[in-house]
Design a protein around this ligand. Structure first.
Ligand code: DX5
Ligand code: ZN
Length: 220
């Protein structure tokens, strides 16, 4: 079985000590940097934008996984490619022409991700799954870190895994929101490949150990 990945969410970092927290992730056993971009329209919160991402990518030495929680993301695909994004994830709910958006992300040399809100059924990806590199299943309603995990996510992971297998796709499944040591192994056993963790990592007393433990839990 392939290695399961951990992606700390920089949203939960200490923004006054951003470089320190980025170096912590560099030195940790984490695999990716998860970067949450919110526009205050698609979600009821504004996180940070391009200048901050530019500052992050100057120091970050691992895969940059950008999660766009913005309306009409097509406007900024090239910008995020130029900023050094490796994976660019857009919301299904924010894209009128999702197929075109996926192709545009790939044309800029990035992996294409699609995020689904908790209320969005897996079957909407039936006709695009073979084009998608990563599906991000939201296990909280997007907009804020530190919310509690929605239990129905387990069913969705299983349904998505079944769709991927049935279509012969190689899409990765990422889980975003409320991930802790309590749900991590059940998620990867259900078929998840990448776990995003914000508060659980950054609010812990020993962040390096917390990341190491999570990584060990999902790779027994
Ligand atoms: C929520 C963001 C998540 C968030 C996860 O809208 O997409 O990536 O940072 O934070 P935790 O792990 O605290 O739920
Ligand atoms: Zn996210």
């Amino acid at each position: 079985m392939s290695t399961k990945l951990i992606a700390p969410s920089v949203l939960a970092a200490d923004f006054a000590n951003l470089q320190r927290d980025i170096e912590m992730i560099n030195q940790s056993e984490a695999d990716w940097f998860h970067i949450d971009i919110m526009d205050g329209v698609f979600v009821p919160n504004i996180s940070f934008g391009m200048p901050v991402l530019h500052a992050i990518t100057k120091h970050a030495k691992k895969t940059i996984d950008v999660h766009l929680m913005i309306v009409d993301p097509d406007r900024y695909i090239k910008t995020f490619a130029d900023l050094g994004s490796d994976i660019l994830t857009v919301h299904y709910e924010a894209c009128t022409h999702l197929h075109r958006t996926i192709q545009a992300i790939k044309a800029e040399g990035m992996k294409a991700g699609v995020a689904l809100n908790p209320h969005t059924n897996i079957n909407v990806l039936e006709d695009t799954i073979n084009d998608i590199d990563l599906v991000c299943l939201m296990s909280v309603n997007p907009g804020f870190g530190g919310q509690s995990f929605i239990e129905n996510t387990y069913n969705k992971v299983q349904q998505l895994k079944a769709l991927i297998n049935r279509k012969g796709a190689s899409t990765l499944i990422e889980i975003d929101g409320g991930v802790t040591n309590k749900n991590a192994s059940a998620l990867t056993e259900s078929g998840a490949d990448v776990l995003v963790a914000g508060s659980y990592v950054f609010k812990s007393n020993n962040q390096l150990e917390t990341i190491k433990d999570l990584k060990a839990i999902v790779n027994p």
